[in-house]
Design a protein around this ligand. Structure first.
Ligand code: NAD
Length: 297
């Protein structure tokens, strides 16, 4: 049994922390929101009044927060209370620069640190099947790994500080771009008289194949478990895809990488959000491509 602190008990953090409790750890948690604290208490976490109180005596500290500014603020508050040699894990999706600053703060206080963003969404968080993409030194990775294994299925050490966030934005930039390309092809197929199933049967076994078709097809029917077959309920909300694509663009600008498809994908998801579907699954970008007259499909 390890003593673990968990800060940020929202849609992702709540079920992740619950899996640590199920694995037999003593987990102390804090969130600013009442609703998150109440739900986490029901999962068996000890809820305390401040983040600083949660880290008292903890060997492992996990943060799961909205953005880089929240992570830096929380880590700055917590680190003076963290015991020497404890490992700080940030699983939020944040910009690479903030992730590296967070590692620097931890080093100043003698703590190990890992950026460990996730893929797998709320379903993966609940089932304990997340993929963790980790950045940090070998000692931090080794210290964090047992707790990560209680929350995920695949734990990948991508490299040094910030490497986990770098892998995350690269992966999601591919995902955003392939989803738009897939949705475009299905709209073109409709206009050419192809059935959704016929196009799916061909693409899913041909050179146009990708996860965006086989696991997450943007039209209802061919993949029953995909959000498209369930009213475009997320899944992975378009607002979160836009967030990740913006992070990818910030990263690209900071290192001078040429990413025209990623830049276009960010603009198209900005339009999808402005169109009013930010809370729907990101595969709903197909509605934007079809246009208003075809919203019933
Ligand atoms: P969420 O908004 O449901 O949860 C964030 C929680 O952090 C909230 O409960 C909020 O009250 C809390 N919080 C904010 N500031 C705080 C502070 N200073 N102290 C304590 N608590 C604080 O968001 P989420 O969906 O759980 O996502 C969390 C992170 O995971 C984000 O970075 C997101 O991009 C990433 N992510 C989300 C998904 C997903 O499908 N939801 C998938 C992969 C990655």
């Amino acid at each position: 049994m390890t003593t673990i602190a968990f800060i940020g008990l929202g849609n992702m953090g709540g079920p992740m922390a619950a899996n640590l409790v199920k694995a037999g750890h003593k987990v102390c948690g804090f969130d600013l929101a009442d609703s998150a604290r109440v739900a986490a208490a029901k999962s068996g976490l000890a809820i305390v009044a401040t983040a600083a109180a949660a880290v008292e005596g903890a060997d492992v500290i996990v943060t799961m927060l909205p953005a880089g500014k929240h992570v830096l603020a929380v880590w700055s508050d917590l680190l003076p209370h963290v015991k020497k040699g404890a490992v700080m894990i940030d699983s939020s999706t944040i910009d690479v620069d903030s992730a590296r600053k967070a590692h620097g703060l931890a080093a100043l206080h003698g703590a190990l640190s890992l950026d460990a963003p996730v893929s797998g969404g709320v379903g993966g968080a609940t089932a304990g099947t997340l993929t963790f993409m980790c950045g940090g030194d070998d000692a931090a990775f080794a210290a964090a790994r047992p707790a990560l294994e209680n929350m995920g299925k695949r734990i990948v050490h991508c490299g040094g500080a910030g490497a986990g966030q770098a892998a995350k934005v690269c992966n999601n930039m591919i995902l955003g771009a392939t989803m738009i390309a897939t949705a475009e092809a299905f709209v073109l197929g409709e206009k050419l008289g192809l059935s959704h199933q016929a196009l799916f049967d061909v693409v899913s076994t041909s050179s146009g194949q990708s996860w965006s078709t086989t696991s997450y097809c943007p039209v209802p029917g061919p993949v029953p478990a995909a959000p498209s077959s369930n009213g475009y309920k997320p899944g992975f909300a378009s607002a979160l895809m836009l967030k990740d694509l913006k992070l990818a663009q910030e990263a690209a600008i900071s290192v001078g990488a040429t990413t025209p498809m990623g830049a276009t994908a960010a603009q198209i998801y900005a339009m999808h959000n402005a169109w009013g579907e930010g809370g729907s699954d990101f595969s709903g970008v197909i509605h934007l491509l079809r246009g208003r007259e075809d919203l019933t499909k």
